[in-house]
Design a protein around this ligand. Structure first.
Ligand SMILES: [Zn+2]
Length: 496
């Protein structure tokens, strides 16, 4: 079922009669033809692939036709926030194992956080991740660069070098950047690099010494709490800094729905008034849509994550933000840890849980169709927050394939606003890491996933293909299963 031997490269792939979700909406039943790594055609009753002379022993396999009647064909999912644990913590997960898990969950592009060992704070570490992913990976991997050296919050990391090595997202994730002056300088620097964005794990460390949300449950359990002000104050700082510096920011894994989302809405309104609607964006994990701090009582360390599961009011506020458009993307914060690590007492166990293989099934099984004061959370909304939403944040469309395009000659959207002069950019040849388009249309990269929307299954952590199995969702019912994932025309997951 999950054997790698089936991950073949076909000369042509044709999906027959698939219910196509194009990144924004379902567009009806279509045939989709994949050839040379791209979507060659989308249409009704496309001709059968001509059996070309490539049936020899070597080279890609010949055409494969898939009857996709009743199945959804979606753009490959994009995750802006995950941990692959490579380099340095490969007993938890590595690029090969975790991109296999990503492919099994329908993901074709993942942005991995730089809190590795060593941190991704120099071009050589970013290159290590990029090259290993190209060699061993089953998804496109876009490494996020650290904002500061060693993620210590004191001195800027080699931001230009990291950018040149392909990083577009910059963060000290796992923690926030300590010094506000360094934080501002980092944002000012990034504002000069087209397509770069700060991703901020918003946390005031002095308010975040605990192991779970500070509230009634932490008091009852006698556990130290992480106050919601930790997130709210740090989010205000990140949003105001982004607006002041003209540097796009992504407020990531929001848990404090009640306190932080109004700040995001304020930031978006001001960014819009400035004519820079790209400046403020927000995401949350699917985990925080499903659980509250009571989960710590029920699931123990499996539900210890950072930021923590907060109150029911916070959870409802996050759901409303999905429906009203405040949220730009959904992320996994896939965070593998071993059984032994998670078997320690609550105060000692590490934060985090895995997510790649669970996100779709839990969202379709438990969140789709939810009513909020801002309206219903539709399937289309959920899927767009995993495809076109994150693609927009990665600036797909603003293709940066040469210094000349950085200097602004090529027509991109959104318009590149670099303060660097063309002369300063002349020697600057940044690597471009291809990411998924988050859409289905002829001509685009063939990054796709095929889903059985009616499949119902029970989550068994031991069945997960990633190296670690840490999740609070064992035994939960899920709906919708990824049957096949295609990345650049290559089949990266095949459960058909
Ligand atoms: Zn984080």
């Amino acid at each position: 079922m999950r054997s790698c031997s089936k991950m073949e490269h076909y000369e042509q792939l044709i999906f027959r009669n698939a219910t196509v979700f194009d990144g924004e909406a379902f567009i009806g039943a279509r045939d989709v033809l994949v050839q040379d790594g791209r979507i060659a055609a989308v249409g009704a009753s496309l001709d059968s692939p001509s059996s070309s002379p490539g049936d020899g022993e070597s080279g890609p396999a010949p055409a494969r036709e898939i009857d996709a009647t009743g199945l959804w064909l979606c753009p490959g999912f994009i995750d802006l926030h995950c941990h692959l644990r490579d380099p340095g913590q490969t007993w938890k997960g590595d690029i090969a194992s975790e991109t296999r898990a990503a492919a099994a969950g329908g993901f074709t592009t993942v942005v991995c956080m730089p809190n590795t060992q060593p941190a991704i704070d120099t071009p050589s570490i970013a290159e290590y991740v990029r090259e290993k992913a190209l060699r061993e990976g089953l998804a496109r991997v876009s490494p996020a660069g650290a904002l500061t050296r060693g993620r210590e919050g004191l001195q800027l990391a080699e931001l230009a070098g990291l950018y040149a090595a392909g990083c577009r997202i910059f963060t000290d994730d796992g923690a926030d950047t300590l010094r506000p002056d360094v934080f501002l300088h980092a944002f000012e620097f990034l504002s000069m690099l087209p397509g770069a964005r700060a991703l901020i794990h918003t946390e005031v460390p002095e308010l975040a010494h605990g192991v779970m949300h500070e509230g009634e449950v932490s008091a009852r359990l006698g556990q130290s709490g992480i106050h919601h002000l930790s997130e709210d104050i740090a989010s205000a700082r990140a949003i105001l800094t982004a607006l002041a510096a003209g540097c796009p920011v992504l407020i990531t894994h929001i848990a404090s729905g009640v306190g932080t989302l109004p700040l995001v809405r304020y930031g978006k309104a001001r960014a819009g008034a400035m004519g820079r609607p790209d400046l403020v964006a927000a995401d949350c994990t699917f985990n925080h849509l499903l659980l509250t701090d009571e989960a710590v009582e029920r699931y123990g360390t499996a539900a210890k994550i950072n930021p923590p599961f907060r109150s029911e009011a916070d959870r409802l506020a996050l759901l409303e933000a999905l429906a009203d458009g405040t949220m730009d993307a959904l992320v996994t914060d896939h965070a593998p840890h071993t059984f032994d690590e998670k078997s320690q007492e609550l105060s000692a166990a590490p934060f985090g849980c895995v997510g790649f293989e669970l996100m779709l099934g839990l969202l379709l099984g438990h969140i789709a169709g939810t009513q909020t004061p801002a309206g219903e959370i539709t399937v289309e909304r959920l899927l767009s927050l995993m495809t076109s939403g994150p693609a927009r944040i990665l600036g797909v469309g603003a293709s940066l394939d040469s210094a000349s395009s950085i200097a602004g000659k090529a027509g991109q959207d959104p318009p590149l606003q670099s303060q660097l002069s063309p002369a300063a950019l002349a020697d600057f040849q940044p690597v471009l890491i291809e990411t998924s388009p988050g859409r289905i249309a002829a001509g685009l990269r063939a990054d796709l996933c095929l889903i059985d929307p009616e499949a119902r299954w029970t989550i068994d952590p031991q069945q997960l293909v990633g190296k670690s199995k840490n999740t609070p969702f064992g035994g939960w019912e899920a709906k919708g299963r990824v049957l096949m994932t295609v990345c650049g025309g290559r089949v990266t997951h095949d459960a058909l």
